[in-house]
Design a protein around this ligand. Structure first.
Ligand code: SF4
Length: 185
């Protein structure tokens, strides 16, 4: 079809995926097999297509640099014109989002309260605030911190330095479950 780049990503555990994490989380062996398969596919198709791979961060020691840092590089515009720092940002209560129908993109990027909320490192708490990786992973994912610890300002619990890492480890040890569907809990 002429594509030059594809991305293969493991599930991100938000919303229904978080509810269904016990069915969707790969084992370490499954994740290793996926990593090897992607490596082989990259070698086979390297002349024609780039293959990005997003590993399951629950199995790592550090979180992903979500959106390459909040308000650093990306803006999502919802169908109603709401400008979001990430596709799931509206799950965080208390953020004020500006709309492209009312303000220019540049103004939204530079001054929107939602983009300013977690941009840079000033918002960080311990251990992120003094961590040498704070401008590498930006403390991980705000939505994941909220979903699992109850506070978007916390360190992403995937990080092994987070006081909430035990919550991720507990999920990893949950036995596999059938997937729930909306309306059929
Ligand atoms: S403490 Fe924060 S900045 Fe340091 S590695 Fe963990 S998430 Fe990243």
């Amino acid at each position: 079809m002429g594509a030059q780049r594809i991305e293969v990503a493991h599930t991100q555990y938000y919303g229904w995926a978080l509810r269904n994490r016990a069915a969707l989380l790969p084992s370490r062996e499954q994740a290793r097999a996926a990593h090897e398969a992607i490596g082989q596919a990259r070698e086979r198709h390297s002349e024609h297509i780039a293959i990005d791979y997003v590993a399951p961060d629950y199995l790592g020691r550090y979180p992903k640099p979500c959106m390459n840092g909040w308000g650093q590089r990306s803006m999502n515009v919802a169908p109603d014109g709401t400008a979001l720092p990430c596709h799931a940002a509206a799950t965080i209560p208390g953020l004020v989002f500006w709309n492209v129908r009312q303000r220019p993109l540049a103004e939204i990027w530079q001054a929107s309260p939602a983009f300013e909320a977690y941009r840079g490192t000033d918002w960080m708490r311990k251990p992120c605030v003094s961590c040498p990786r704070r401008e590498t992973d930006f403390g991980g994912c705000r939505c994941q911190a909220l979903a699992i610890t109850g506070d978007a300002r916390n360190t992403d619990p995937v990080c092994h330095l987070s006081e909430h890492r035990h919550l991720i480890d507990a999920m990893l040890s949950e036995p596999a479950q059938p997937i729930l569907q909306r309306g059929h809990p």
